[in-house]
Design a binder for this molecule. Structure first.
Ligand code: GTP
Length: 236
């Protein structure tokens, strides 16, 4: 098995990743597969932080005529549901985890405390950061970039449905071309929708490489972390 050059990584999962084929809710078979893949990293001695989205339950920006902030708060709560589901699947495999929430809900999860999160990681626990950044108008991508910077993760493993960053939507255009490498400025200038611009800027300012890969094949999280296989790497 390949070595991982990273000691500490931030894994960003979209909420849809938990939904499996249904596209909605949580498919526990899928959650188990993701947990098994995270276990591969933990078994290699990699410290894993994870941020999970909520698109399988609620999409703030699709809140119809809703007040944006309220819709975003609903999305943050939905990330907590996903975080607890992932925690459960990881614990089923015997992996110690802690969920820390950016919105205090002590009965359910620890509050987010940076130093405590780092301590958990040092002890080999997977830390799942729930409730995004706790602020409306920010995405869970931005939360992943922010927490990655805070915990000094060496990279963001950005799990996607497609296997990298393309110049246009590969689901719509047959002639879409995949980038092997990109720098942050190109992502912003070309308007590539890999992460929102706030998240990209945070990564750029803090020198956090983003490794984009598709979650569809078993083993891809480990492969992305070891450099064995990934779609696109975004770096300076
Ligand atoms: P160490 O001090 O490094 O051993 O970490 P620890 O997380 O084991 O310490 P602690 O005894 O504080 O936590 C034990 C359990 O309680 C863990 O599962 C924590 O996630 C959980 N826990 C700690 N604080 C809170 C909290 O504020 N709310 C909830 N819901 N759980 C908490």
């Amino acid at each position: 098995m390949s070595e991982c050059k990273y000691k500490r990584v931030m894994l960003k999962l979209s909420g849809e990743a938990m939904a499996g084929k249904n596209g909605f809710g949580i498919d526990f078979e899928v959650a188990k597969r993701i947990a098994t893949e995270i276990k591969e990293l933990v078994d290699m001695g990699v410290q894993v932080g994870a941020v999970i989205g909520a698109g399988n339950i609620w999409r703030g920006r699709e809140g119809g005529g809703m007040d944006r902030a309220t819709a975003d708060y609903m999305g943050m709560l939905a990330t907590c549901i996903n975080a607890l589901a992932l925690q459960n699947s990881l614990e089923d495999l015997g992996i110690e985890t802690r969920v820390q929430s950016a919105i205090e809900m002590k009965e359910i999860a620890e509050p987010y405390i940076r130093r405590r999160a780092i301590r958990h990681l040092e002890k080999g626990r997977v830390v799942i950061f729930a409730a995004g950044s706790g602020n409306p108008y920010f995405t869970t991508d931005t939360a992943a970039a922010l927490r990655a910077a805070e915990i000094e993760a060496e990279c963001i493993l950005l799990a996607k449905k497609v296997d990298g960053v393309y110049d246009k939507d590969p689901n719509k255009f047959d002639d879409a071309v995949k980038f092997d490498t990109l720098d942050y400025k190109q992502v912003i200038e070309l308007g590539l929708t890999v992460m929102d611009s706030t998240a990209i800027t945070l990564c750029m300012d803090n020198d956090i490489p983003i490794i984009v890969f598709a979650l569809d094949e078993p083993g891809n999280i480990r492969k992305a972390a070891t450099g064995e296989e990934y779609g696109t790497i975004i770096d300076n």
